[in-house]
Design a protein around this ligand. Structure first.
Ligand SMILES: [Zn+2]
Length: 137
């Protein structure tokens, strides 16, 4: 009986420079176990960290996690000298440069006396308010 091949993603981080290695391969379950053993050995030898062999369906993170990861990865790229706003709904902080502006239906979405929003959250579509700078003076 042949073991059907499935697609797996193989990932690890080089211990010396922190670089991510990542590839995909079609393997049987037995081959996958062998691959895991190989990676474990490299890991024990101190060559790699965070090795994993997983089917893509198992590593697909949910939307919130993916958004958080993207924000973390890109925040420094776009916040240089830019203001930051917080979404009033999902509470994420966004650089103002990625907010959606002009805000659709702005007048229907701001109650009288409420501060003017700085833009619409690209993550959930609610309005965002500027985050006061920590050391303004
Ligand atoms: Zn939001």
């Amino acid at each position: 009986m042949t073991d059907p091949k499935k697609y797996y993603e193989i990932e690890f981080i080089y211990s010396d420079n922190g670089q991510l290695f990542n590839t995909g391969a079609r393997m049987t379950e037995e081959e996958q176990l062998k691959m895991l053993r190989i990676l474990e050995q490299f890991h024990n030898a101190g060559a790699i960290e965070q090795a994993s062999v997983v089917q893509p369906s198992e590593i697909q993170q949910d939307y919130d996690a993916a958004v958080g990861e993207i924000l973390d990865a890109l925040k420094d790229e776009v916040t240089d000298g830019d203001d930051v706003s917080e979404c009033q709904n999902c509470k994420r902080e966004w650089p103002d440069s990625v907010l959606i502006n002009p805000i659709p239906d702005l007048m229907e979405r701001v109650a009288p006396g409420e501060p003017m929003p700085s833009g619409e959250c690209p993550g959930c579509g609610a309005v965002c308010q500027p985050v006061p700078k920590e050391d303004g003076d």
